[in-house]
Design a protein around this ligand. Structure first.
Ligand SMILES: NC(=O)c1ccc[n+]([C@@H]2O[C@H](COP(=O)([O-])OP(=O)(O)OC[C@H]3O[C@@H](n4cnc5c(N)ncnc54)[C@H](O)[C@@H]3O)[C@@H](O)[C@H]2O)c1
Length: 414
């Protein structure tokens, strides 16, 4: 039987979910680390697996006998942990986002290149059944050359659920600029079409005091955003990064010069359309169908995010086992994350287009090596942006009191 790859997991919420799936694809999860002990102990109870050792100190976990690590700590703090793990000789799969500043992107790419370990980015939305089917169709030439695309990730979260996802106003979910969580929207477009963004222009819809969903959530980031991206084949792509508009879903639309395709928001069916004049003899052709996974359908349907969580683990394992390039490597990870950082910079500058650097070219990195432009309110200083385009947002006391009540209930029930 094939030897299992020993896995440590950093982050007990999302991380423990991914670790559970990893056990199905050739990993053996043997360590889990989180500083928040009630959550760690709740994961221990849920997983009920005596092969796992539990840690509150990441350095100590890296001393455990592990070959690979899943990094699922705070979304804004992945790079230091990835670099420590690579330096300790571990393969790494990092959750979204890949980095929080452009200077970190330089550190990340150089650390990955200096290691001879796998770095895979855990962007999971490209691997839903409709997105994998669109990848297959695009490669088969079904819609011709890519001209225009759309990628959206809409996920409104009510106060009760949000109380389980953030500890308070200093947690990243409370303040992350609304353009930053963009890889679920751009990732599918990049993987389907094989293109990368070269330029971004950002637009932000400001924080909405009248949105009743904001009462009791301790959150003060803006409402929504649009990133208009130019791709390296001159196509244009409209991206809506994680936003709390209504109607939950990951919408992807790909238009080519011979047809168009998109997944229906209503029922997950794919719609593929051609004009009559795209055929000889002319005929119109619109098909609607429910796409299936090309492989592993039975396993993928059992896990989260439309099967995506199964496939990120599967591809991470494959890259380690075959010593091959992972399906989403560090360069793609930086490309799809950078549009959020530079898109916010563009929005604050009134919509000036920003170049998306290609860090495959070492010379390009120099301009960004010291670029620590950072919207974290806890690190705010002269010259740094605030997380909302409106500037400092004061949360209402009654709203914070309600959040604290909901959070206490969540922690008490862990
Ligand atoms: N791809 C997806 O669909 C998806 C879904 C949810 C979350 N995520 C990503 O997963 C990551 C984790 O998100 P989450 O939802 O679990 O919430 P989270 O960010 O609150 O969880 C992070 C966990 O890491 C722990 N942690 C942070 N710093 C630590 C340290 N120095 N030492 C030990 N533990 C530490 C925290 O206590 C917390 O429990 C984020 O990057 C997020 O973007 C991805």
């Amino acid at each position: 039987m094939e030897k299992k790859i020993k896995l440590g997991v950093f982050g007990a919420r999302r991380g423990s979910h991914l670790g559970g799936i990893a056990n199905q694809v050739g990993f053996e999860m043997v360590a889990l680390c989180d500083t928040f002990e009630p959550l760690l102990m709740s994961a221990k109870k849920r997983m009920n697996n005596d092969k796992i050792t539990y840690y509150t100190d990441f350095d100590k976990m890296l001393e455990h006998d592990i070959d690979a690590v899943i990094i699922a700590n705070y979304a804004t703090e992945h790079v230091w942990a990835v670099i420590k793990a690579l330096n300790a000789g571990k393969h790494v799969m990092s959750e979204c986002m890949a980095m929080f500043t452009m200077a970190e992107a330089v550190q990340l790419v150089e650390a990955v290149e200096a290691s001879n370990k796998v770095y895979m980015f855990a962007e999971n939305y490209p691997f839903s059944a409709p997105n994998q089917e669109m990848t297959r169709l695009y490669r088969a030439g079904e819609i011709g050359d890519f001209k225009y695309g759309e990628g959206e990730y809409i996920h409104p979260i009510n106060p009760e659920e949000m109380a389980g996802l953030m500890s308070g106003p200093d947690h990243w979910r409370a303040w992350l600029p609304i353009t930053y969580y963009c890889t679920h929207s751009m990732g599918p477009v990049m993987l389907i079409t094989g293109t990368r963004p070269t330029q971004v222009t950002g637009f932000v819809i400001p924080y909405d005091d009248k949105d009743t969903m904001n009462f009791g959530r301790a959150k003060f980031n803006d409402s929504s955003s649009v990133l208009m991206c130019r791709m390296d084949n001159d196509a244009l792509v409209k991206i809506i990064p994680w936003s709390e508009l209504r109607d939950h879903g990951n919408r992807v639309r790909i238009c080519g010069n011979k047809g168009t395709m998109e997944a229906s928001q209503q029922d997950g069916r794919l719609r593929v359309h051609h004009e009559a004049f795209d055929f000889e003899p002319p005929r119109t052709n619109t098909v609607h169908y429910m796409p299936n996974f090309p492989d592993f359908a039975r396993q993928a349907f059992r896990y989260g995010h439309g099967g995506g969580d199964f496939f990120t683990n599967y591809y991470f394992h494959k890259a380690i086992a075959e010593n091959s390039k992972p399906i989403i490597d560090v360069y793609m990870a930086i490309d799809m994350t950078a549009i959020g950082i530079l898109g916010y910079r563009s929005a604050l500058a009134g919509g000036i287009p920003m170049e998306i650097p290609d860090f495959r070219d070492k010379a390009v990195r120099e301009k960004y090596r010291n670029d620590d432009w950072n919207p974290n309110p806890a690190l705010h200083r002269e010259g740094m942006p605030l997380p909302s385009v409106r500037g400092k947002i004061e949360l209402k006391k009654e709203s914070l009191d309600k959040f604290n009540e909901l959070r206490k209930k969540f922690v008490d029930e862990l």
